[in-house]
Design a protein around this ligand. Structure first.
Ligand SMILES: [Zn+2]
Length: 400
């Protein structure tokens, strides 16, 4: 029945908006245009179809996915670790007033001090999944707990056990961007930014030709195709609050510039410094990478809401690819197969169609392979019909 309503809605949308729709929207739907506006109006009255919603049709929605590589749910939901916090005060590079601010009070106060955007705008208007202290769990399904399998599961919506190495070649599994590219609306309008040469392989850019910018070095003019030369003079500014910031700054600067100039309809930005400073055992830098990422996500959201093309019609997803071990025994530095705790993850969602749940306290265990179908459902489409292995959407976070 819902499918019939959906078709009727599309018919109405096309019949009333044919003048203003971009070409790619009208060409894909030839059949529905056969019905006239008046014919449709009569059918609507007969069916007592509810009023046309004011929010944008799912067909017009844009998507931005941001990942914080290997950022633990423990800091996401609890802020700075009590066991590790003294390191912030011992590090001469770490601002002591800020260290005091983010280590005081309850877990709720500490996490908000560390990630103010996450725990104000996102929690007020969106949903955050994965606080195990509330009995709300998110875990990867892959048994490996490192990046390539984690991103593959995130983007493809299922686990391929053959994807078991960060050196894996081009990913043969179809991902959610491949799926979106079947719709003319998203053609030539998807881009990805990260700082890892595996990203083009994970997304299989050789197959789908999504531009994946990944090869950032200390020289900001070195990157993959198309060249960064067009962007030598950035028109946008990005806030830098971390004294430890390295390559992620260039990643975000480039992604923001690309977004403002080119208006991609789907965008991926992969931040890496949480994982990088985790492995080097630099907890103050790991903490600042989280804070810096939150500042950028806030800046990104403000930018999206300032551009009419994106305003109120963009879904923002923030998540990670894997977790890390517990604070004890320095296991927070690492992750991988021998450390099941590093399969524990988290997810934040914001934008049209996302239920304003705030932090989820639902006692339920979700899995990372459900994120792709959740995203695609928010975009008004069905990812599961393409492959029975894909995890089911997390219906709980989706407005009905
Ligand atoms: Zn790692």
């Amino acid at each position: 029945m819902r499918q019939i309503f959906a078709v009727l809605f599309i018919l109405f949308f096309l019949s009333t908006n044919a003048q203003t729709l971009p070409v790619e929207c009208t060409t894909a739907q030839t059949q529905p245009i056969l019905i006239s506006k008046n014919q449709y109006a009569q059918e609507v009255n007969a069916a007592q179809y509810p009023a046309v919603p004011q929010s944008p049709a799912p067909k017009e929605l844009k998507l931005v996915i941001v990942t914080l590589d290997g950022y633990r749910w423990q800091e996401q939901f609890g802020g700075v670790s009590k066991m590790l916090q003294k390191r912030l005060f011992k590090d001469p590079k770490f601002d002591k007033a800020f260290a005091s601010k983010i280590t005081q009070g309850t877990r709720e106060e500490k996490r908000k001090a560390l990630m103010p955007f996450m725990w104000s705008t996102v929690t007020e208007k969106g949903a955050i999944i994965g606080n195990r202290r509330q009995g709300n769990k998110l875990t990867v399904r892959n048994p490996y707990f490192f990046s390539y399998p984690g991103y593959s599961e995130l983007f493809c919506g299922y686990v391929d056990k053959k994807v078991n190495s960060n050196g894996h070649p081009d990913n043969q599994n179809l991902n959610l961007f491949d799926f979106l590219l079947q719709d003319d609306y998203y053609k030539n309008s998807i881009a990805a930014f990260g700082n890892w040469d595996a990203f083009p392989k994970i997304l299989n850019a050789n197959r789908n030709h999504i531009p994946v910018f990944y090869n950032y070095s200390s020289k900001p003019d070195v990157t993959s195709v198309p060249p960064l030369s067009n962007y030598e003079k950035f028109q946008t500014k990005v806030p830098i609050v971390s004294t430890y910031a390295e390559k992620d700054t260039v990643v975000y600067q480039h992604a923001k510039e690309y977004l403002v100039r080119n208006h991609p309809k789907a965008l991926f930005i992969g931040f890496d410094e949480t994982d990088h400073f985790g492995h080097t055992g630099n907890y103050p830098a790991y903490v600042m990478a989280a804070y810096q990422s939150d500042v950028w996500i806030n800046d990104l959201w403000n930018t999206l809401q300032a551009v009419p093309f994106y305003k109120d019609q963009t879904i923002l997803i923030v998540t990670c690819d894997h977790g890390r071990g517990p604070a004890a025994l320095e296991l927070w530095r690492t992750h991988g197969q021998g450390l099941p705790a590093s399969g524990q993850t988290w997810l934040a969602l914001l934008g049209p169609g996302v239920k304003a749940l705030g932090e989820s306290k639902q006692r339920k265990h979700y899995h990372h392979d459900q994120i792709a179908a959740t995203i695609i459902q928010l975009l008004g489409k069905d990812f599961n019909s393409t492959n029975p292995r894909i995890g089911k959407p997390i219906e709980y976070v989706i407005e009905k």
